[in-house]
Design a protein around this ligand. Sequence first.
Ligand code: RB5
Length: 145
Amino acid sequence: MMIAIGCDHGGFELKNRIEKHLEERGIEYKDFGTFDEKSCDYPDIAKAVCESIVSGDTDRGILVCGTGIGMSMAANKIKGIRAAHLTDVYSAKMTKVHNNANVICLGGRVTGEELAYMIVDSWLDAEFAGGRHQARIDKISALEK
Ligand code: RB5
């Protein structure tokens, strides 16, 4: 599995920590920036990460901004992306099991690193349940048309 990861200046520090966590777990990632704390625009990063997922170049994405909200708003505009803004572990698991979220969005100014690792792990380790949940996801896809 290849994870696409990206952040703006508000998520820079947490993105770096999450990358180390992924390395410790032996999970590969592609970093789409930003690469320093200079102010930048989160939609640009969300676009790059999400397009890599939709094209099949990467499998799933992690986006980090100050709150996680702007990243999720931008990511969910891209066809084929189901992005979940997360601040708790239960939702992290369930957004994979029920929504098959292919992107998660975290807030570097909101969520501490240890909780962030638990959120990332819960999402990565969960499995999509399919069945009636697939039918609901199909209805989300229909809204894109
Ligand atoms: C940047 O200051 C901040 O607005 C951004 O990181 C994010 O929180 C937007 O939702």
